[in-house]
Ligand binder design. Sequence first.
Ligand SMILES: [Zn+2]
Length: 252
Amino acid sequence: MLKLFNKTMKEIEGIIIYQVAQKEKDAMLSFLTEEGLLSIYARGVKDNKSKNAYAINVGCLSSLEINEGRLGGKSLKSATLISYLGKNLNSLLDYACFNYALELARKADEALEDKASAYKALHTFLTIEKNDDSIAHLLAYISQILIILGERMKIDGCVFCNNKNEIITYSLDDGGLVCQNHFDKGRMEKESKDQINLLRFLFMAKQAEATRINLSLPNYLHLLNQYQIFLKDNLGIDVKSFTLFKPFFSNL
Ligand SMILES: [Zn+2]
């Protein structure tokens, strides 16, 4: 009976974004919630007979009952599936976007202060009807994460002088649009109008409206590549799932 006094129990809703097998039938779950990312030891869930097995797969939106030990270790008591958010993956591109988003959510968590907004952004990405535009939605999701990380790009004028005309490119490193006068060809590339408009749109529109811009796959991949480099070099977030996009880059 003494054990009861050393533990607290709570029930919380969230998304399973990662799991690693432990021992023979156990798993360590990464569970994203409004409170941030929780690591939960789930005993016996890899057993076919486990009643929790169906609710702890990656992509499950589930409600978990969690025991919390005195030292903060968390273990799963029971899991109830609300819905499976990976069910509408119809293409390799959908699959790549899904994996990228989950890995980013996991790796960015520590640096994110506003956990509730970060959770909402992932939930929006996973639940929205994507049709053929999962990559537009992924870019909108990454943009939201950048905003929450304090990396909102300036899109209403040149980041150096606020000039609203003669915008010829943008620089993620510098934090926004760049005008003719401040273009530094030593470390910047010129971008097309479509590319500039895409960045503008992503930092202006609501996340759910991402597909309204309706650009082509090469435009989206171009920005995804720039985001990938920015996340890695400037924020130390290395999303390995980026390699899933390789086939699409080689088809350009
Ligand atoms: Zn300028």
